[in-house]
Design a binder for this molecule. Sequence first.
Ligand code: AMP
Length: 276
Amino acid sequence: MRIAVPSKGRLREPSIQLIQDAGLGPETPSDRALAFPCRNAPVEALLVRADDVPEYVQDGVVDCGITGLDIVRERGADVEVLAELGFGACSLQVAVPMESEVTDVEMLRGARVATSFPALARELLPAPIEIADVHGSVELAPRLGLADAIVDLVSSGSTLRTNGLRSVAVLLESQAVLVGPREPAADAVQLAGVFRSVVEARGARYLMLNAPEDKLAAICALVPGSRAPSVLPLSEPGMVAVHSLIPAADVWRLLPELEAAGATSILLVPVERMLG
Ligand code: AMP
């Protein structure tokens, strides 16, 4: 099976790490490598520009590929998202200079908009708009008098602020995705399942703790999630162990609460895979 992976930029390393965490055993590629094999599976990764991944998949040059959802949508390629990969999160936003009177996208009808996403800007902004198709340093366009607004990718928003811009609206939420053809091969569907199980596991931690039996109800009430915690007797009378999966994002808040509720010997371990 062939998978296209971004050859540079911010999606390259997390993509290779995902292939590693999925257990495929990628051979570490050199900076200039065009492809790398995997030790544990009959998978070859081709390193191509993130922008080109949708076309490679659409044309059947590769069985599947990793790129940003923003790129997939901008390219309008006839491909299908097989898995959301949980990294490369950003959003396509429309922004105007701080002092602009524009407060919503309707007020941008007829405006000149600088962007390197012309197709998405036309699709997601109310017509008519005039597009200035720029590549790189899009944020400078309003200050240079080139445009009234910009449409660009934002993650923290600090680049907008640094350039005296204010967000008006989010047009699209994006993250890295695995894409395949409309009718993907069985191998690609299977790989998508493996990637999903890794992505899901990254968002979870396995929690173990001990507690007096009379504190069990209070502790179980704190542990959220769809899966009921396991409660195991300890050799010490009146004590139990509680095991549960918790969202990684809740750890900082939950641990002190659990301690305060009477939990002791709290252990938290990473989860490698989550299936079913
Ligand atoms: P790069 O090759 O480094 O320009 O990465 C481009 C892709 O990374 C974009 O198409 C997005 O999918 C993703 N990305 C994530 N956060 C950002 C961001 N703050 N700015 C630009 N791209 C981002």
